[in-house]
Write a new protein. Structure first.
Ligand code: SF4
Length: 326
């Protein structure tokens, strides 16, 4: 799995910057630990201190919804202050790059990636999440961005109100058909219930039932396995763990190693899909997916193939050879 990217990232969080409403699950101050949107002048002052190029990231809001002139201020602050060779990545709401003036502006900067928030393409799920519910507009935006040859990524979710495993994998498939052979970065966020969100009220009044940890691992594992086979590049699974996040989670599959367990589940599913009984030969870099978190991967491989941990570990080897893992 490609959880790597060459240039170091420097994130600036712009909590709810540009957002026109509040998606039911979102609490940017909890996710990012940042209360106020930093100004372009502040961004510039931080970037002037750098001594090597970075991927400068604007996350935590709907970047393009700031409008052309404010977006230009942030982009200028980045290119004029950061070391030469730096690039820019931002996350934004899909739909705003249909505006030609916004696209013309964006494409004149060194863009590493435009990450579109596409938690789902199902209008019912989008509407229950209080997001604009027109999948056609999302797809049109994607095509406009592709026409400009701008690099794209997607931020998707599982466990949302009204969402099923099948609908999420069907969304992934639709996006894969549009992207073709190009690789898109993918972030997957299993839905958590955060304090103070509308989702917390929905959980309390029984209109939303969050995923358990086991359900999220199984769903996430299948989702990532499909994503890899469709040519996506998963760069993040699950929210960044922090004490603040841990203190604000009111429900859902919260675990500091959720992303790693989903990655293990995905690999194990791939192995059993291609060879049900083993033996299995896996690149050495994946050892921790079997041995980490109480030998989670070995345990899942044993469960899925109906045998014991000792039996599957005998059939599992790594290249270059890594010796016995149990
Ligand atoms: S999910 Fe994105 S668009 Fe929705 S409120 Fe949060 S930052 Fe804004």
């Amino acid at each position: 799995m490609g959880l790597i990217n060459s240039m170091k990232k420097l994130p600036f969080f712009l909590p709810f910057g540009g957002c026109r409403g509040r998606c039911v699950y979102c609490s940017q101050s909890t996710i990012t630990g940042v209360a106020d949107v930093p100004s372009p002048e502040y961004v510039s002052s931080v970037l002037k201190e750098l001594d090597e190029p970075r991927e400068i990231c604007f996350f935590g809001g709907s970047f393009c919804r700031f409008g052309v002139s404010k977006v230009k201020e942030y982009l200028d602050s980045a290119v004029n202050s950061a070391p030469k060779g730096s690039r820019i990545r931002f996350s934004t709401y899909p739909g705003d790059l249909t505006d030609t003036s916004m696209r013309n502006l964006i494409k004149s900067y060194p863009i590493a990636c435009i990450e579109l928030g596409i938690p789902s393409l199902d209008p019912n799920v989008l509407s229950l999440c209080k997001r604009e519910a027109d999948p056609k507009a999302i797809i049109e935006d994607i095509k406009n961005i592709m026409d400009e040859s701008l690099p794209l990524g997607v931020q998707m979710m599982i466990g949302l109100p009204g969402q099923t495993k099948e609908s999420s994998i069907s969304d992934l498939k639709k996006l894969a058909e549009i992207k073709g052979p190009i690789s898109w970065d993918l972030r997957l966020y299993p839905c958590l219930v955060l304090e103070g969100t509308e989702l917390e009220n929905m959980m309390t009044n029984g209109t939303y039932k969050p995923l358990t940890l086991d359900q999220a691992i199984e769903w996430g594992g299948q989702f990532i396995d499909s994503a890899l086979s469709f040519g996506f590049n998963p760069i993040r699974i699950g929210l960044q763990e922090s004490e603040l996040l841990a203190s604000k989670v009111k429900g859902g599959p919260h675990h500091p190693a959720l992303g790693e367990m989903i990655a293990s589940e995905s690999l194990v599913r791939k192995l059993t899909r291609t060879n049900w009984t083993g033996p299995w030969i896996v690149p050495e870099e994946h050892i921790s997916k079997f041995t980490g978190h109480g030998c989670f991967g070995l345990m899942r491989l044993a469960e899925l193939t109906g045998t014991t941990i000792n039996a599957v570990s005998e059939k599992l080897s790594f290249f270059p050879p890594a010796g016995k893992i149990l």
